[in-house]
Design a protein around this ligand. Structure first.
Ligand code: 3H9
Length: 693
């Protein structure tokens, strides 16, 4: 039973009971329909709908999407609620989202507790509100607010909802008691049903301008723009016809790859940090953290920990270094204060009480977890870990923030390799959502569980990775960067590649990202790898020459681009370096279509991702997808590289890889897992599903 029917005197109550979020699956819809019918048949004077547990309805049941519809449909149900002959009151708490808010808009009156949140997150699933939301909401709030709410997908609080007229009352209390009291008040006033559909549509606005503004922000994502079209229909068509147009547009989005990509992202985000093999393993308590190194990364990690309520001891080599680290953290905290993430009292307490900056490792004796964020060099890391082994208390977790290096080799310098783990943060560490939890050959289960628990506490999306050069994210990036370099040598330009990637939906092109991160980082890594290179490898050098000339990207004002204030222009020094290398190698440049650039770039990414999954470095394809989405700017509406690959079709992608292999068999060696999936007629998503069972 997902909807309980109760009579409270002459008021019928429909209580939703479908944990965890009261999603409006078939049984809930049927239960509501039955309840509305029964209430009227039994002579109720009003109906109150509320949610048991932690929330009102959080939306349609997303798991039903893509499957045949089972009546009653959600749009039909909202109409039925609205057509009820007695007043229907929504008593909301928790989150009233998507179809849940549409049910509320189908109700005649709405009351909410002060902590309730309301919104239309459908655009984040590649959809639009498809149960009357685009037709009813503007009639209540006007077009400007409706467009903002629906195209941003951002929820609003109860106070703002009251301001907008989306709810009639905000009161503290239990939703059932509030709903009943409000129903009695309305009945005493002789209030009857008040259908939103009968309210006039507001005065039309310039919808073309609205669509253009939304399209600019959407960066290739379809749903926000199509949502405005649906809203526009409410200004041109009678209510019923507007609903039909909304339905048509909703169904057109339902058919898109973007909808599949975004729903894959939604569920993967919730799946990725789950560790079924660690069920029953308790994480260690982590309340105090040591951080070695107070550069951008160390200071960012310390800030993330401090904001999450941990105390931090940060170690630098000199007093000046410690002072500079404290200043970096203070600046990060000032940003958090400005954005309202913390108040002044918390800011002061963190800076004056929770943070200690020191130069002596002895200060780390009480830390529950110590993480190093020192220079990316094996010898330096080993020295640090040997020192940590000497000062850390028994049971302390020793973590490395290395982004490439062999964690198992680092762990050998300690007497406690079971306590060693990789926690690879992304810069700026107090902002970026991704955390790669790198599990070494000897890392103990409770240490892994502790890594995930810490990630959760810091508000990160944690993804488990095995040990390999670059782990999941940087290993993939190394490969697609190499692919891009090969295309540049063969005739493309960094600027064409960046444009193609931005048109695909990346927030920034690859070369612009390099400039942002600092070109010296990749340069140092290439130097590290030089002795390990296979003689068959094609190793471009123009990027090294750019660094040799002192151009490290944004921090020096010049990289692939020249930076003046916020503007960037192409750096005219880059192509001569490329041309010189082409000449040296006897390459006659050819032209690349945008489509070929994208295909090769994505094929390289997918092929490496498949190797990473096939070797067990990532446990499931969705882990790779989440790393790309959360840490590398991969467009969410494409779902991640392996979801994208599934949607493109694996056989054609493998064929392309094999055809590229005719030019460079070393680089384009097909991933065995990709070959296996194609041979079996399966997809990466099949592997995700098998892992979930
Ligand atoms: C829609 O309504 C379309 C209509 O306009 C038109 C239709 C015709 N369905 O996030 P959590 C699961 S589109 C199915 O960890 P929290 C979730 O997967 C919908 N399952 O909790 C997880 O499962 P598991 C518009 C759902 O407290 C569990 O519930 N609505 C749904 O951090 C707990 O979730 C939305 O887009 C769902 N709708 O956050 C809202 N929602 O335990 C989507 C959640 O197996 N939901 N699950 O991993 C949310 O934003 C958050 O879940 C919410 C709670 C804020 C509600």
């Amino acid at each position: 039973m997902t909807i309980h029917f109760e009579m409270h005197d002459d008021i019928a109550v429909l209580a939703a009971d479908n944990p965890p979020v009261n999603a409006l699956g078939w049984a809930v819809r049927q239960g509501l329909l039955d309840g509305i019918t029964r209430a009227q048949a039994e002579g109720a004077k009003a109906i109150v709908i509320y949610g048991r547990g932690r929330t009102w309805f959080a939306g349609a049941d997303i798991r039903e999407f893509g499957k045949p519809l089972q009546e009653p449909s959600l749009p039909g149900l909202c109409n039925l609620v609205e057509a009820c002959k007695i007043p229907v009151i929504a008593a909301m708490h928790g989150t009233a989202l998507g179809g849940g808010l549409e049910i509320a808009l189908g109700c005649h009156y709405r009351i909410a507790v002060p902590t309730a949140k309301m919104g239309f997150p459908e655009v984040h699933l590649g959809l639009l509100p498809g149960a009357g939301g685009t037709q009813r909401l503007p009639r209540v709030t006007g077009y400007e607010q409706a467009i903002s709410l629906i195209t941003s997908g951002r929820p609003i609080g109860a106070a703002k909802a009251l301001d907008l007229g989306l709810v009639d009352k905000v009161e503290a209390g239990e939703p059932l008691a509030l709903g009943l009291a409000y129903a009695r008040e309305l009945l005493a006033q002789g209030a009857g049903p008040r259908p939103v559909s009968q309210m006039p549509a507001p005065e039309a606005i310039d919808f073309d301008a609205a669509k253009a503004a939304v399209a600019k922000k959407a960066r290739g994502q379809l749903s926000p723009v199509v949502a405005v079209e649906a809203i526009e229909a409410s200004s041109k068509l009678a209510f019923a016809e507007g609903l039909a147009e909304e339905r048509r547009l909703f169904m057109s989005l339902m058919e898109t790859d973007q909808r599949q990509g975004m729903i894959h992202a939604f569920f993967s985000e919730r799946q990725v940090s789950k560790q079924p093999d660690l069920a029953g393993v308790s994480p260690r308590d982590i309340n105090s953290m040591g951080v070695i190194g107070g550069g951008t990364m160390g200071a960012g990690i310390a800030t993330a920990a401090l904001l999450a309520g941990l105390s931090v001891v940060l170690i630098e080599m000199t007093d000046d270094g410690a002072k500079a680290a404290k200043a970096r953290i203070a600046s990060n905290l000032a940003g958090a204060l400005k954005r309202g993430k913390i108040d002044q009292a918390k800011h002061d307490a963190i800076l004056n009480e929770a943070l200690t900056c020191a130069t002596d490792y002895a200060a780390l004796g009480e830390a529950d977890l110590i993480i190093e964020a020192v220079f990316e060099d094996m010898d330096v890391k080993k020295q640090v870990f040997a020192k940590l082994d000497a000062v850390a208390k028994p049971g302390a977790i020793l973590a490395s923030n290395t982004s490439y290096l062999n964690l198992d080799e680092i762990a050998t310098t300690t007497s406690r390799p079971a306590d060693v783990i990789g926690l690879h943060f992304f810069s700026p560490a107090h902002v970026m959502k991704l955390l790669e939890v790198v599990v070494g050959a000897q890392t103990a289960p409770e240490v892994i569980a502790s890594g995930f628990a810490l990630g959760k506490r810091l508000g990160k999306t944690s993804v488990r990775s095995g040990v390999c050069d670059g782990f999941i994210g940087n290993r993939m990036m190394f490969t697609y960067r190499t692919c891009a370099d090969h295309m540049v040598l063969d005739g493309a330009t960094p600027y064409q590649i960046d444009r193609v990637l931005e048109e695909f939906g990346f927030a920034m092109g690859l070369f612009a990202v390099g400039d942002l991160a600092g070109l010296d980082i990749g340069w140092a890594n290439r130097k590290r790898l030089a002795p390990l290179r296979d003689p068959q490898e094609r190793v471009p050098t123009y990027a090294d020459k750019l660094c040799e000339a002192g151009h490290y990207g944004q921090k020096t004002g010049r990289g692939y681009y020249i930076y003046e204030g916020r503007a960037k222009v192409e750096n005219p020094d880059v192509m001569p370096l490329v041309e010189a290398e082409r000449l040296e190698l006897g390459i006659t440049p050819r032209s690349f279509s945008d489509a070929e650039i994208l295909r090769r770039y994505m094929a390289a990414m997918v092929n490496e991702a498949a190797k990473i999954v096939g070797e067990g470095i990532a446990r499931r394809p969705l882990d790779v997808d989440m790393v790309s989405l959360m840490g590398y700017g991969f467009p969410r509406y494409n779902g991640g590289p392996l979801k994208w690959a599934d949607l493109q079709g694996l056989p054609a992608l493998l064929d392309d890889i094999k055809s590229y292999a005719k030019e460079d068999a070393f680089f384009w060696t097909p991933a065995p897992l990709l070959e296996q999936l194609v041979a079996q007629g399966r997809t990466f998503d099949d592997l995700n599903k098998e892992a979930a069972q």
